[in-house]
Write a protein that binds this ligand. Structure first.
Ligand code: CA
Ligand code: CA
Length: 545
Protein backbone atom coordinates (compact mmCIF):
# COMPACT_ATOMS: atom_id res chain seq x y z
CA UNK A 1 0.00 0.00 0.00
CA UNK A 2 2.73 2.46 0.89
CA UNK A 3 4.79 1.73 -2.21
CA UNK A 4 1.94 2.35 -4.58
CA UNK A 5 1.72 5.88 -3.26
CA UNK A 6 5.39 6.76 -3.51
CA UNK A 7 4.82 9.40 -6.14
CA UNK A 8 2.73 11.45 -3.79
CA UNK A 9 5.17 11.04 -0.97
CA UNK A 10 8.28 12.02 -2.88
CA UNK A 11 7.83 15.76 -2.35
CA UNK A 12 7.94 15.31 1.40
CA UNK A 13 11.37 16.59 2.26
CA UNK A 14 11.07 17.64 5.85
CA UNK A 15 12.90 15.04 7.86
CA UNK A 16 12.71 15.06 11.59
CA UNK A 17 13.39 12.36 14.08
CA UNK A 18 10.95 9.40 14.16
CA UNK A 19 8.26 9.56 16.78
CA UNK A 20 6.87 6.03 16.97
CA UNK A 21 4.01 7.13 19.15
CA UNK A 22 2.38 8.62 16.12
CA UNK A 23 2.29 5.32 14.25
CA UNK A 24 -0.24 3.17 16.00
CA UNK A 25 -2.45 1.76 13.32
CA UNK A 26 -2.54 -1.75 14.87
CA UNK A 27 -4.50 -0.22 17.73
CA UNK A 28 -7.45 0.10 15.37
CA UNK A 29 -9.72 -2.85 14.83
CA UNK A 30 -9.89 -3.95 11.16
CA UNK A 31 -13.60 -4.32 11.78
CA UNK A 32 -13.82 -0.65 12.60
CA UNK A 33 -11.78 0.20 9.51
CA UNK A 34 -14.02 -1.85 7.25
CA UNK A 35 -17.23 -0.33 8.51
CA UNK A 36 -16.01 3.26 8.36
CA UNK A 37 -14.05 3.73 5.12
CA UNK A 38 -13.99 7.52 5.58
CA UNK A 39 -12.13 7.13 8.81
CA UNK A 40 -9.60 4.95 7.02
CA UNK A 41 -9.01 7.67 4.43
CA UNK A 42 -8.64 10.28 7.15
CA UNK A 43 -6.19 8.19 9.07
CA UNK A 44 -4.22 7.30 6.00
CA UNK A 45 -3.81 10.88 4.85
CA UNK A 46 -2.82 11.87 8.34
CA UNK A 47 -0.21 9.12 8.32
CA UNK A 48 1.04 10.23 4.92
CA UNK A 49 1.46 13.78 6.11
CA UNK A 50 3.78 12.74 8.89
CA UNK A 51 7.42 13.63 8.17
CA UNK A 52 8.50 10.24 9.49
CA UNK A 53 6.40 8.47 6.89
CA UNK A 54 8.13 10.37 4.13
CA UNK A 55 11.44 9.49 5.65
CA UNK A 56 10.59 5.79 5.80
CA UNK A 57 9.27 5.60 2.26
CA UNK A 58 12.21 7.53 0.95
CA UNK A 59 14.72 5.22 2.50
CA UNK A 60 12.82 2.23 1.11
CA UNK A 61 12.97 3.71 -2.39
CA UNK A 62 16.67 4.42 -2.01
CA UNK A 63 17.24 0.85 -0.94
CA UNK A 64 15.30 -0.38 -3.94
CA UNK A 65 17.35 1.78 -6.28
CA UNK A 66 20.58 0.51 -4.80
CA UNK A 67 19.40 -3.05 -5.41
CA UNK A 68 19.34 -4.02 -1.71
CA UNK A 69 16.85 -6.78 -0.87
CA UNK A 70 14.05 -5.00 0.86
CA UNK A 71 11.23 -6.31 2.95
CA UNK A 72 8.87 -3.40 3.20
CA UNK A 73 6.36 -5.31 5.26
CA UNK A 74 8.97 -6.34 7.80
CA UNK A 75 10.23 -2.81 8.06
CA UNK A 76 6.76 -1.46 8.40
CA UNK A 77 5.68 -3.87 11.08
CA UNK A 78 8.92 -3.30 12.89
CA UNK A 79 8.21 0.37 13.22
CA UNK A 80 4.71 -0.41 14.37
CA UNK A 81 5.80 -2.99 16.86
CA UNK A 82 7.79 -0.30 18.60
CA UNK A 83 4.85 2.01 18.42
CA UNK A 84 2.32 -0.45 19.73
CA UNK A 85 4.09 -0.70 23.05
CA UNK A 86 3.47 2.88 23.94
CA UNK A 87 0.43 5.01 24.61
CA UNK A 88 -1.46 7.13 23.78
CA UNK A 89 -2.65 5.74 20.52
CA UNK A 90 -3.49 7.69 17.44
CA UNK A 91 -7.13 7.59 18.49
CA UNK A 92 -6.47 9.93 21.32
CA UNK A 93 -4.72 12.31 18.99
CA UNK A 94 -7.77 12.54 16.73
CA UNK A 95 -10.17 12.62 19.70
CA UNK A 96 -12.28 9.69 18.53
CA UNK A 97 -14.60 8.15 21.13
CA UNK A 98 -13.91 4.55 22.13
CA UNK A 99 -15.82 1.95 20.18
CA UNK A 100 -18.78 0.23 21.73
CA UNK A 101 -17.66 -2.79 23.80
CA UNK A 102 -20.23 -4.93 21.99
CA UNK A 103 -18.59 -4.64 18.57
CA UNK A 104 -15.40 -6.31 19.74
CA UNK A 105 -16.98 -9.72 20.21
CA UNK A 106 -17.25 -10.12 16.47
CA UNK A 107 -13.88 -8.61 15.73
CA UNK A 108 -11.36 -11.11 14.35
CA UNK A 109 -8.61 -8.87 15.61
CA UNK A 110 -9.54 -9.15 19.22
CA UNK A 111 -9.54 -12.94 19.11
CA UNK A 112 -6.28 -13.00 17.18
CA UNK A 113 -4.62 -10.62 19.56
CA UNK A 114 -5.45 -12.73 22.57
CA UNK A 115 -3.14 -15.46 21.35
CA UNK A 116 -0.34 -13.23 20.10
CA UNK A 117 2.75 -13.13 22.29
CA UNK A 118 2.81 -9.36 22.54
CA UNK A 119 -0.72 -9.34 23.91
CA UNK A 120 0.11 -12.07 26.39
CA UNK A 121 3.19 -10.22 27.48
CA UNK A 122 1.19 -7.15 28.37
CA UNK A 123 -1.86 -7.96 30.47
CA UNK A 124 -2.21 -4.31 31.41
CA UNK A 125 -2.81 -3.42 27.80
CA UNK A 126 -5.55 -6.02 27.42
CA UNK A 127 -7.49 -4.49 30.27
CA UNK A 128 -6.91 -0.96 29.12
CA UNK A 129 -8.56 -1.72 25.80
CA UNK A 130 -12.27 -1.01 26.21
CA UNK A 131 -13.07 -3.24 23.27
CA UNK A 132 -11.88 -6.34 25.15
CA UNK A 133 -14.37 -6.19 27.97
CA UNK A 134 -17.79 -7.66 27.40
CA UNK A 135 -19.62 -8.08 30.68
CA UNK A 136 -22.60 -10.39 30.40
CA UNK A 137 -25.71 -9.59 32.39
CA UNK A 138 -25.20 -11.10 35.81
CA UNK A 139 -28.04 -9.68 37.86
CA UNK A 140 -31.59 -10.80 37.34
CA UNK A 141 -34.20 -9.55 39.73
CA UNK A 142 -36.15 -12.82 39.73
CA UNK A 143 -33.23 -15.18 39.34
CA UNK A 144 -31.26 -16.15 36.28
CA UNK A 145 -33.55 -17.54 33.58
CA UNK A 146 -32.66 -21.04 32.34
CA UNK A 147 -30.97 -21.48 28.97
CA UNK A 148 -33.15 -22.76 26.15
CA UNK A 149 -31.32 -26.09 26.24
CA UNK A 150 -31.73 -26.57 29.98
CA UNK A 151 -35.38 -25.58 29.83
CA UNK A 152 -36.12 -28.04 27.04
CA UNK A 153 -34.28 -30.81 28.82
CA UNK A 154 -36.29 -30.25 32.01
CA UNK A 155 -39.59 -29.89 30.19
CA UNK A 156 -39.12 -33.19 28.43
CA UNK A 157 -38.42 -34.90 31.77
CA UNK A 158 -41.41 -33.17 33.35
CA UNK A 159 -43.71 -34.16 30.49
CA UNK A 160 -42.58 -37.73 30.85
CA UNK A 161 -43.09 -37.87 34.63
CA UNK A 162 -46.45 -36.07 34.63
CA UNK A 163 -47.76 -38.14 31.73
CA UNK A 164 -50.98 -39.50 33.27
CA UNK A 165 -54.73 -38.85 32.88
CA UNK A 166 -54.70 -36.33 35.74
CA UNK A 167 -51.73 -34.42 34.35
CA UNK A 168 -50.64 -34.29 37.96
CA UNK A 169 -48.99 -36.26 40.78
CA UNK A 170 -49.98 -37.21 44.32
CA UNK A 171 -47.60 -36.57 47.18
CA UNK A 172 -46.00 -40.05 47.11
CA UNK A 173 -45.60 -40.01 43.36
CA UNK A 174 -43.98 -36.59 43.46
CA UNK A 175 -40.74 -37.97 44.95
CA UNK A 176 -39.40 -38.93 41.52
CA UNK A 177 -39.79 -35.32 40.40
CA UNK A 178 -37.92 -34.11 43.48
CA UNK A 179 -35.06 -36.50 42.78
CA UNK A 180 -34.86 -36.47 38.99
CA UNK A 181 -35.95 -33.00 37.96
CA UNK A 182 -35.07 -30.93 41.02
CA UNK A 183 -32.05 -33.07 41.98
CA UNK A 184 -32.89 -32.61 45.64
CA UNK A 185 -32.71 -35.11 48.52
CA UNK A 186 -35.86 -37.24 48.48
CA UNK A 187 -36.87 -36.34 52.04
CA UNK A 188 -37.46 -32.76 50.91
CA UNK A 189 -40.20 -33.97 48.58
CA UNK A 190 -43.26 -33.40 50.80
CA UNK A 191 -42.12 -29.91 51.73
CA UNK A 192 -41.67 -29.01 48.08
CA UNK A 193 -44.99 -30.64 47.18
CA UNK A 194 -46.87 -28.64 49.79
CA UNK A 195 -45.17 -25.44 48.71
CA UNK A 196 -46.54 -25.88 45.18
CA UNK A 197 -49.90 -27.32 46.23
CA UNK A 198 -50.92 -24.03 47.85
CA UNK A 199 -54.62 -24.85 47.94
CA UNK A 200 -54.00 -28.23 49.62
CA UNK A 201 -55.71 -30.15 46.81
CA UNK A 202 -53.44 -33.12 47.39
CA UNK A 203 -52.14 -32.95 43.83
CA UNK A 204 -49.45 -31.02 41.97
CA UNK A 205 -50.30 -30.57 38.31
CA UNK A 206 -47.78 -30.42 35.52
CA UNK A 207 -48.60 -26.77 34.87
CA UNK A 208 -48.34 -25.77 38.52
CA UNK A 209 -44.95 -27.44 38.73
CA UNK A 210 -43.66 -25.76 35.57
CA UNK A 211 -44.90 -22.38 36.80
CA UNK A 212 -43.09 -22.82 40.11
CA UNK A 213 -39.92 -24.58 39.08
CA UNK A 214 -39.17 -23.55 35.48
CA UNK A 215 -40.90 -20.19 35.02
CA UNK A 216 -40.06 -19.18 38.60
CA UNK A 217 -36.38 -19.72 37.71
CA UNK A 218 -35.88 -22.19 40.58
CA UNK A 219 -34.26 -24.40 37.95
CA UNK A 220 -31.14 -22.25 37.73
CA UNK A 221 -30.66 -21.52 41.43
CA UNK A 222 -27.99 -23.30 43.46
CA UNK A 223 -29.23 -26.06 45.77
CA UNK A 224 -28.93 -23.97 48.94
CA UNK A 225 -31.05 -21.19 47.48
CA UNK A 226 -33.63 -23.64 46.18
CA UNK A 227 -34.00 -25.28 49.58
CA UNK A 228 -34.02 -21.91 51.34
CA UNK A 229 -36.73 -20.63 48.99
CA UNK A 230 -39.21 -23.42 49.44
CA UNK A 231 -38.63 -24.14 53.12
CA UNK A 232 -39.08 -20.58 54.34
CA UNK A 233 -42.46 -19.07 54.99
CA UNK A 234 -43.73 -16.52 52.48
CA UNK A 235 -42.40 -13.04 53.11
CA UNK A 236 -39.64 -14.28 55.44
CA UNK A 237 -35.94 -13.74 54.78
CA UNK A 238 -34.79 -16.56 57.06
CA UNK A 239 -35.51 -20.11 58.21
CA UNK A 240 -36.59 -20.93 61.74
CA UNK A 241 -36.42 -24.25 63.58
CA UNK A 242 -40.06 -24.91 62.76
CA UNK A 243 -39.34 -24.72 59.03
CA UNK A 244 -37.13 -27.81 59.34
CA UNK A 245 -39.75 -30.00 60.98
CA UNK A 246 -41.43 -31.24 57.77
CA UNK A 247 -38.18 -32.51 56.31
CA UNK A 248 -37.18 -34.24 59.55
CA UNK A 249 -40.63 -35.85 59.68
CA UNK A 250 -40.19 -37.18 56.17
CA UNK A 251 -36.66 -38.37 56.86
CA UNK A 252 -37.92 -40.31 59.88
CA UNK A 253 -40.75 -41.81 57.85
CA UNK A 254 -38.62 -42.90 54.92
CA UNK A 255 -34.97 -43.39 55.87
CA UNK A 256 -34.04 -47.08 56.22
CA UNK A 257 -31.63 -46.24 59.06
CA UNK A 258 -34.44 -44.66 61.13
CA UNK A 259 -37.26 -47.11 60.45
CA UNK A 260 -36.70 -48.85 63.78
CA UNK A 261 -38.00 -45.72 65.53
CA UNK A 262 -41.43 -45.98 63.99
CA UNK A 263 -42.99 -47.59 67.03
CA UNK A 264 -41.61 -44.97 69.39
CA UNK A 265 -42.93 -41.62 68.17
CA UNK A 266 -41.59 -39.94 71.31
CA UNK A 267 -38.04 -40.74 70.29
CA UNK A 268 -38.76 -39.68 66.74
CA UNK A 269 -39.64 -36.25 68.11
CA UNK A 270 -36.53 -36.12 70.29
CA UNK A 271 -34.33 -37.16 67.38
CA UNK A 272 -35.85 -34.49 65.11
CA UNK A 273 -35.43 -31.82 67.78
CA UNK A 274 -31.82 -32.79 68.40
CA UNK A 275 -30.91 -32.66 64.71
CA UNK A 276 -32.52 -29.22 64.38
CA UNK A 277 -30.71 -27.92 67.48
CA UNK A 278 -27.42 -29.21 66.13
CA UNK A 279 -28.04 -27.53 62.78
CA UNK A 280 -28.78 -24.21 64.45
CA UNK A 281 -25.88 -24.56 66.87
CA UNK A 282 -23.40 -24.82 64.02
CA UNK A 283 -25.01 -22.75 61.31
CA UNK A 284 -26.99 -19.95 62.92
CA UNK A 285 -23.90 -18.11 64.01
CA UNK A 286 -25.76 -14.95 64.90
CA UNK A 287 -27.60 -17.10 67.46
CA UNK A 288 -30.90 -15.31 66.87
CA UNK A 289 -32.83 -18.37 65.71
CA UNK A 290 -33.12 -16.93 62.21
CA UNK A 291 -31.03 -18.84 59.72
CA UNK A 292 -30.19 -16.66 56.72
CA UNK A 293 -29.38 -17.81 53.20
CA UNK A 294 -25.81 -16.71 53.75
CA UNK A 295 -25.54 -18.86 56.87
CA UNK A 296 -27.12 -21.78 55.04
CA UNK A 297 -24.61 -21.51 52.22
CA UNK A 298 -21.65 -21.32 54.56
CA UNK A 299 -22.46 -24.45 56.57
CA UNK A 300 -22.33 -28.12 55.75
CA UNK A 301 -26.05 -28.81 55.90
CA UNK A 302 -26.71 -29.20 52.19
CA UNK A 303 -23.94 -31.78 51.73
CA UNK A 304 -25.07 -33.54 54.93
CA UNK A 305 -28.61 -33.76 53.55
CA UNK A 306 -27.35 -35.19 50.30
CA UNK A 307 -25.26 -37.71 52.19
CA UNK A 308 -28.22 -38.69 54.38
CA UNK A 309 -30.26 -39.28 51.24
CA UNK A 310 -27.69 -41.59 49.69
CA UNK A 311 -26.41 -43.37 52.79
CA UNK A 312 -28.50 -46.19 54.25
CA UNK A 313 -26.56 -46.13 57.52
CA UNK A 314 -27.65 -42.86 59.10
CA UNK A 315 -24.84 -43.15 61.66
CA UNK A 316 -22.30 -42.52 58.94
CA UNK A 317 -23.77 -39.05 58.45
CA UNK A 318 -21.76 -37.44 61.22
CA UNK A 319 -22.94 -33.91 60.50
CA UNK A 320 -26.27 -33.43 62.29
CA UNK A 321 -28.09 -36.62 61.29
CA UNK A 322 -26.30 -39.48 63.07
CA UNK A 323 -28.68 -41.41 65.29
CA UNK A 324 -25.85 -42.47 67.58
CA UNK A 325 -24.91 -38.86 68.16
CA UNK A 326 -28.50 -38.10 69.11
CA UNK A 327 -28.54 -41.12 71.38
CA UNK A 328 -25.44 -39.98 73.26
CA UNK A 329 -26.80 -36.46 73.81
CA UNK A 330 -30.22 -37.63 74.87
CA UNK A 331 -28.94 -40.32 77.25
CA UNK A 332 -26.65 -37.81 78.94
CA UNK A 333 -29.54 -35.45 79.48
CA UNK A 334 -31.78 -38.24 80.77
CA UNK A 335 -29.05 -39.37 83.15
CA UNK A 336 -28.70 -35.89 84.67
CA UNK A 337 -32.43 -35.13 84.72
CA UNK A 338 -33.07 -37.45 87.66
CA UNK A 339 -36.72 -36.51 88.17
CA UNK A 340 -37.34 -36.62 84.42
CA UNK A 341 -39.28 -33.38 84.20
CA UNK A 342 -37.15 -32.49 81.18
CA UNK A 343 -35.27 -29.76 82.99
CA UNK A 344 -31.94 -29.84 84.76
CA UNK A 345 -30.70 -27.49 87.41
CA UNK A 346 -27.29 -26.41 88.61
CA UNK A 347 -26.85 -29.41 90.93
CA UNK A 348 -27.70 -31.77 88.08
CA UNK A 349 -25.21 -30.20 85.68
CA UNK A 350 -22.36 -30.27 88.18
CA UNK A 351 -22.47 -34.08 87.85
CA UNK A 352 -21.76 -33.87 84.14
CA UNK A 353 -18.75 -35.90 82.96
CA UNK A 354 -17.90 -37.32 86.39
CA UNK A 355 -18.01 -33.92 88.10
CA UNK A 356 -15.58 -32.53 85.57
CA UNK A 357 -16.73 -28.91 85.77
CA UNK A 358 -16.26 -26.28 88.45
CA UNK A 359 -19.13 -24.58 90.28
CA UNK A 360 -17.99 -21.26 88.95
CA UNK A 361 -18.36 -22.23 85.31
CA UNK A 362 -21.68 -23.96 85.95
CA UNK A 363 -22.90 -20.78 87.63
CA UNK A 364 -21.94 -18.79 84.57
CA UNK A 365 -23.91 -21.18 82.35
CA UNK A 366 -26.94 -20.83 84.63
CA UNK A 367 -26.58 -17.06 84.66
CA UNK A 368 -27.07 -17.51 80.89
CA UNK A 369 -23.86 -15.69 80.04
CA UNK A 370 -23.06 -17.74 76.94
CA UNK A 371 -26.63 -18.03 75.75
CA UNK A 372 -30.11 -17.22 77.00
CA UNK A 373 -32.01 -20.37 77.93
CA UNK A 374 -34.75 -21.26 75.49
CA UNK A 375 -37.18 -22.24 78.22
CA UNK A 376 -38.62 -19.77 80.70
CA UNK A 377 -38.42 -21.82 83.89
CA UNK A 378 -36.38 -19.88 86.43
CA UNK A 379 -32.97 -21.45 87.11
CA UNK A 380 -33.60 -24.45 84.87
CA UNK A 381 -31.92 -25.64 81.74
CA UNK A 382 -34.07 -27.27 79.06
CA UNK A 383 -33.06 -29.90 76.53
CA UNK A 384 -32.19 -27.39 73.80
CA UNK A 385 -29.91 -25.47 76.19
CA UNK A 386 -28.30 -28.75 77.17
CA UNK A 387 -27.57 -29.63 73.53
CA UNK A 388 -25.77 -26.28 73.15
CA UNK A 389 -23.86 -26.89 76.35
CA UNK A 390 -22.86 -30.44 75.52
CA UNK A 391 -21.72 -29.72 71.97
CA UNK A 392 -19.63 -26.84 73.33
CA UNK A 393 -18.18 -28.95 76.11
CA UNK A 394 -17.24 -31.92 73.96
CA UNK A 395 -15.75 -30.10 70.99
CA UNK A 396 -13.89 -27.05 72.16
CA UNK A 397 -12.15 -26.71 68.81
CA UNK A 398 -15.30 -25.57 67.01
CA UNK A 399 -16.07 -21.88 66.60
CA UNK A 400 -19.49 -21.95 68.28
CA UNK A 401 -17.83 -23.61 71.27
CA UNK A 402 -15.07 -21.02 71.50
CA UNK A 403 -17.71 -18.28 71.45
CA UNK A 404 -19.76 -20.07 74.11
CA UNK A 405 -16.89 -20.41 76.57
CA UNK A 406 -15.40 -17.05 75.77
CA UNK A 407 -18.62 -15.39 76.95
CA UNK A 408 -18.50 -17.47 80.13
CA UNK A 409 -14.98 -16.38 81.06
CA UNK A 410 -15.46 -12.76 79.98
CA UNK A 411 -17.03 -11.79 83.33
CA UNK A 412 -17.42 -8.09 82.56
CA UNK A 413 -18.48 -8.72 78.96
CA UNK A 414 -15.97 -6.26 77.51
CA UNK A 415 -14.81 -8.58 74.74
CA UNK A 416 -11.39 -9.48 76.16
CA UNK A 417 -10.22 -12.06 78.68
CA UNK A 418 -7.89 -10.60 81.29
CA UNK A 419 -5.56 -12.53 83.64
CA UNK A 420 -7.91 -11.61 86.50
CA UNK A 421 -10.90 -13.18 84.81
CA UNK A 422 -8.95 -16.34 84.04
CA UNK A 423 -7.59 -16.50 87.57
CA UNK A 424 -11.12 -16.31 88.99
CA UNK A 425 -11.95 -19.58 87.26
CA UNK A 426 -8.58 -21.22 87.80
CA UNK A 427 -8.70 -20.69 91.60
CA UNK A 428 -11.36 -23.36 91.93
CA UNK A 429 -9.36 -25.77 89.79
CA UNK A 430 -6.34 -25.21 92.01
CA UNK A 431 -8.43 -25.89 95.08
CA UNK A 432 -9.71 -29.12 93.57
CA UNK A 433 -6.19 -30.26 92.73
CA UNK A 434 -5.21 -29.75 96.33
CA UNK A 435 -8.23 -31.70 97.55
CA UNK A 436 -7.36 -34.58 95.24
CA UNK A 437 -3.69 -34.46 96.34
CA UNK A 438 -2.61 -33.63 92.79
CA UNK A 439 0.45 -31.51 92.43
CA UNK A 440 -0.95 -27.98 92.11
CA UNK A 441 0.23 -25.71 89.30
CA UNK A 442 0.42 -22.04 90.21
CA UNK A 443 -1.64 -19.56 88.25
CA UNK A 444 1.46 -17.60 87.19
CA UNK A 445 2.82 -20.71 85.50
CA UNK A 446 -0.55 -21.49 83.99
CA UNK A 447 -0.83 -17.98 82.59
CA UNK A 448 2.55 -18.30 80.89
CA UNK A 449 1.45 -21.63 79.42
CA UNK A 450 -1.79 -20.07 78.15
CA UNK A 451 0.03 -17.14 76.57
CA UNK A 452 2.45 -19.57 74.90
CA UNK A 453 -0.42 -21.66 73.52
CA UNK A 454 -2.52 -18.79 72.20
CA UNK A 455 0.18 -16.24 71.30
CA UNK A 456 -2.30 -13.35 71.58
CA UNK A 457 -1.70 -10.05 69.81
CA UNK A 458 -1.52 -8.21 73.12
CA UNK A 459 0.16 -9.93 76.03
CA UNK A 460 -2.17 -8.51 78.69
CA UNK A 461 -5.41 -9.97 77.35
CA UNK A 462 -6.91 -12.55 75.00
CA UNK A 463 -9.53 -11.80 72.38
CA UNK A 464 -11.94 -14.20 70.68
CA UNK A 465 -9.95 -13.64 67.51
CA UNK A 466 -6.78 -14.80 69.29
CA UNK A 467 -8.56 -17.97 70.37
CA UNK A 468 -9.93 -18.68 66.91
CA UNK A 469 -6.42 -18.41 65.53
CA UNK A 470 -4.98 -21.12 67.76
CA UNK A 471 -5.46 -24.88 67.64
CA UNK A 472 -4.89 -25.18 71.38
CA UNK A 473 -7.69 -22.87 72.52
CA UNK A 474 -9.86 -25.73 73.74
CA UNK A 475 -7.15 -26.72 76.18
CA UNK A 476 -7.13 -23.24 77.67
CA UNK A 477 -10.77 -23.66 78.62
CA UNK A 478 -10.13 -27.13 80.02
CA UNK A 479 -7.32 -25.72 82.15
CA UNK A 480 -9.70 -23.10 83.51
CA UNK A 481 -12.72 -25.21 84.41
CA UNK A 482 -12.61 -28.90 83.46
CA UNK A 483 -10.28 -30.79 85.78
CA UNK A 484 -10.53 -34.21 84.16
CA UNK A 485 -9.68 -32.91 80.71
CA UNK A 486 -6.96 -30.66 82.13
CA UNK A 487 -5.27 -33.65 83.73
CA UNK A 488 -5.70 -35.74 80.57
CA UNK A 489 -4.05 -32.96 78.57
CA UNK A 490 -1.18 -32.50 81.03
CA UNK A 491 -0.42 -36.22 81.10
CA UNK A 492 -0.97 -36.61 77.34
CA UNK A 493 -3.49 -39.41 77.74
CA UNK A 494 -2.33 -42.19 75.36
CA UNK A 495 -5.93 -43.28 74.83
CA UNK A 496 -6.85 -39.91 73.35
CA UNK A 497 -3.70 -39.67 71.27
CA UNK A 498 -4.37 -43.11 69.79
CA UNK A 499 -7.93 -42.14 68.93
CA UNK A 500 -6.81 -38.94 67.26
CA UNK A 501 -4.29 -40.80 65.13
CA UNK A 502 -6.82 -43.40 64.02
CA UNK A 503 -8.86 -40.92 62.01
CA UNK A 504 -7.66 -37.33 61.92
CA UNK A 505 -10.68 -36.27 59.82
CA UNK A 506 -13.02 -36.81 62.76
CA UNK A 507 -13.80 -33.88 65.00
CA UNK A 508 -13.34 -33.95 68.74
CA UNK A 509 -17.10 -34.31 68.97
CA UNK A 510 -17.20 -37.27 66.55
CA UNK A 511 -14.61 -39.13 68.61
CA UNK A 512 -16.34 -38.38 71.87
CA UNK A 513 -19.73 -39.45 70.56
CA UNK A 514 -18.35 -42.69 69.17
CA UNK A 515 -16.59 -43.52 72.45
CA UNK A 516 -19.67 -42.67 74.49
CA UNK A 517 -22.02 -44.61 72.27
CA UNK A 518 -19.94 -47.74 72.75
CA UNK A 519 -19.86 -47.16 76.50
CA UNK A 520 -23.60 -46.59 76.72
CA UNK A 521 -24.43 -49.63 74.61
CA UNK A 522 -22.13 -51.74 76.78
CA UNK A 523 -23.95 -50.47 79.85
CA UNK A 524 -27.21 -51.54 78.32
CA UNK A 525 -25.77 -54.98 77.61
CA UNK A 526 -24.66 -55.23 81.22
CA UNK A 527 -28.16 -54.36 82.37
CA UNK A 528 -29.61 -56.95 80.03
CA UNK A 529 -27.21 -59.55 81.34
CA UNK A 530 -27.65 -58.59 84.99
CA UNK A 531 -29.07 -62.04 85.79
CA UNK A 532 -26.09 -63.80 84.32
CA UNK A 533 -22.73 -64.20 86.05
CA UNK A 534 -20.46 -63.16 83.18
CA UNK A 535 -18.82 -59.82 83.59
CA UNK A 536 -18.89 -58.36 80.08
CA UNK A 537 -17.52 -55.00 81.05
CA UNK A 538 -14.47 -54.09 79.04
CA UNK A 539 -12.32 -51.64 80.94
CA UNK A 540 -10.50 -50.49 77.83
CA UNK A 541 -13.70 -49.07 76.39
CA UNK A 542 -14.49 -46.98 79.39
CA UNK A 543 -14.27 -43.28 78.81
CA UNK A 544 -11.06 -41.86 80.25
CA UNK A 545 -12.85 -39.16 82.15
CA1 CA B 1 -35.28 -32.38 86.21
CA1 CA C 1 -13.34 -9.14 80.17
Amino acid sequence: MSLSLKMEIDPVEDVTCLNPELLQLPEVSPFALKTTPLLVDDLFSQWLSLPETGNLVKSLINDAKAGTAVNACANFSNVNAVGSNSLPSMFSSVNAPPLSPRSSSGSPRSSKQKSSPSALGSPLKLFSDPMQEVIPQFYFQNGCPPTKELKEQSLSKINHLFNNPLNGLLIDEFKTVTKEVCKLPSFLSSALFRKIDVDCMGIVTRDAFITYWVDGNMLTMDVATQIFEFLKRPGHKHLTQVDFRPILRELLATHPGLKFLQNTPEFQDRYAETVIYRIFYHMNRSGNGRLTLRELKRGELISAMQQADEEDDINKVLRYFSYEHFYVIYCKFWELDTDHDFFIDRENLIRYGNHALTYRIVDRIFSQAPRKFAGDVEGKMGYEDFVYFMLSEEDKSSEPSLEYWFKCIDLDGNGVLTPNEMQFFYEEQLHRMECLALEPVLFEDILCQIIDMIAPEREDCITLQDLKGSKLSGNVFNILFNLNKFVAFETRDPFLIRQEREDPTLTEWDRFAHREYIRLSMEEDVEDASNGSADVWDESLEAPF
